[in-house]
Each structure stands twice: as C-alpha cells, then as structure tokens.
Design a binder for this molecule. Structure first.
Ligand SMILES: Nc1ncnc2c1ncn2[C@@H]1O[C@H](COP(=O)(O)OP(=O)(O)OP(=O)(O)O)[C@@H](O)[C@H]1O
Length: 258
C-alpha cells in the first residue's frame, strides 16, 4: 500500500443516466462524496438507489454523464491500472473451468505479480478449496474468491458491492475481521450492503443514498441523530420513505450494459 494525502475518493456533482424505453433513467443524481484515507464507509440505500452505479463510476467502469470522480487525486482508470483501487463486485465474471488458485494467479499476473498467492487465499478463507474448479464453488465461496482477487494488488482502496451475500455466519465474521485488520493497516474500504447490522458493526461512517443522492452521511451516532431514532432500520426507512413507490423491484438489469 502507498500513502497519499489526497482523498481516497472525491466525487463531485456526479450524474449518471442510462437510456431507457421511456427516456433516460437517472441512476445517480448529483452525488457528492469525499472518503478520507483509512475510512471504512458503508454505502446504504434501497434497491435501485444508485449504489452499484456509483461504485462502477469510482472504478471507471462507466463514465459519468456529469460531474467528476477522483481516486487518490487521479482518474479512476489510472488508479485501477496501478492497482491502487480494486473491487469485489456482485457480478464480476469468473471462469468456471479453472481452479480457485488459478483464478487468483491469473489476476495477480495482470499486475505483473509472480509471487505465491497463498496469503490472499488464506486471507479470504479459501486456501482449503484452492484446487476446486470455480464452477463447483458455492455462492459464498465465489464471494470469498472475488475478495481474494481484489486483494492481489494490495490496493489502497477496496470497493465491495454486497460482499457477504451468500456467506455463512463464520464466513461473514472472518470476512469482517480481515477487513477491519486491513483498515487498521491503512486500507480504505467502501462497501455497499443491505445488512444494516454490518454497517453498524463494521463501518466508521454511513452514507445513505436514495434516488441517486446522499440523504444522510456521518458516523452511526450522527446518522441516528439526523433522523431522530436510535434504530438504524428506522433511520433507513424514514430517510428513504419515498423510495418504495418508485424504486421498484431489485434492479435486475445489472451488468446488461456494462
Ligand atoms: N446498465 C443500466 N441500464 C439501464 N438502467 C440501469 C443500468 N444500471 C442501473 N440502472 C438503473 O439505475 C438505477 C440504479 O441502479 P443501481 O444498480 O445502481 O442501484 P443499487 O442501489 O445498486 O440497487 P440494489 O440495491 O438493487 O443493488 C436502477 O433504477 C437501475 O435499474
């Protein structure tokens, strides 16, 4: 990891529109966000709020309709190419016919790394299934594999989109222990989740988005105070009250145009 004084993420006036049959769909609608190095930030919001789209923009996977994104003061593309930012995404493509170890080795090779990937396999809790073909891995094991792949470049910033979906109880506990250890070592982590208890337990800061905008941002205590409730679920429901009517079902078109 390298150290730098620029914000880990600096997003200003971010807008992303996708073409839709009834006109453009505004997935991100003027989002501002600054993440400081070393923070662990939970990105919360209802289905369709724009979380994944924002993470994709920070990774440079899509280009903004308007606004700017900087990662450690650089373009996302530059930061990704240098391995300064890495991600474990929900639907990152995996090759079914190679093994878990080979998958991580291929990822490491992309960064010119030839050293053993054993430490990453250990850290992600998949050393014991290193020889298993990806196609035979469970959903939770694939999530762990995506995590191992994200670790190979020793990124300063880790973006995680619903990282523990499909993981069992021990898997979640081990995963968050690894993440907190990383954060203690200086790594910045931004994770999107629907598990509010994970946000409460593991994030330094909570950013709640609704309709592509930030509607609450602060420590758990600050966000609770903003909504006047001690219960994060109540806070979430109060601050996203108008989402249910418009957000519709979980976005099923993820990746369709990406
Ligand atoms: N490639 C795309 N083409 C068209 N619309 C899209 C595309 N990607 C996302 N959208 C739309 O943009 C909005 C935001 O989607 P996004 O996936 O960012 O939400 P999310 O907060 O990650 O949701 P979830 O919690 O369901 O994962 C949704 O209305 C979605 O349907």
């Amino acid at each position: 990891m390298t150290s730098t004084r620029a914000p880990a993420v600096a997003v200003t006036g971010l807008v992303k529109e996708f073409p839709g049959p009834g006109g453009p769909v505004r997935a991100v609608d003027g989002l501002d966000l600054v993440v400081r190095p070393g923070e662990v930030v939970a990105f919360l919001g209802p289905n369709g709020a724009g979380k994944t789209t924002t993470l994709d923009l920070v990774l440079g996977l899509t280009t903004p309709t308007a606004g700017t994104v900087h990662v450690f003061g650089r373009t996302p593309a530059r930061a990704v190419a240098d391995g300064q930012v890495a991600a474990a995404l929900q639907d990152g493509g995996l090759l079914r016919d190679i093994t878990v170890r080979e998958t991580v080795e291929v990822t490491a090779a992309l960064f010119g790394r030839t050293t053993d990937v054993g430490p990453e396999l250990e850290r992600a809790g998949i050393a014991e299934i290193a020889g298993r073909r990806v196609g035979r891995c469970s959903g939770g094991q694939r999530q762990r594999l995506r995590f191992a792949m994200a670790l190979v470049s020793d990124p300063d910033l880790l973006l995680l989109d619903e990282p523990t979906t499909g993981m069992d109880v021990r898997g979640r506990r081990d995963f968050w222990t690894a993440i907190r250890d990383d954060a203690a070592g200086g790594r910045t982590v931004v994770f999107a989740t629907h598990y509010l208890q994970e946000a409460e337990a593991y994030a330094d800061r909570i950013v709640l988005v609704s309709h592509g905008r930030v509607v609450a941002d602060g420590s758990l205590a600050e966000v609770r105070a903003q909504a006047g409730s001690h219960d994060l679920e109540d806070v979430f429901l109060a601050l996203t009250a108008d989402d249910g009517a418009t957000a519709g079902p979980p976005s099923t078109n993820k990746g369709a145009h990406r």
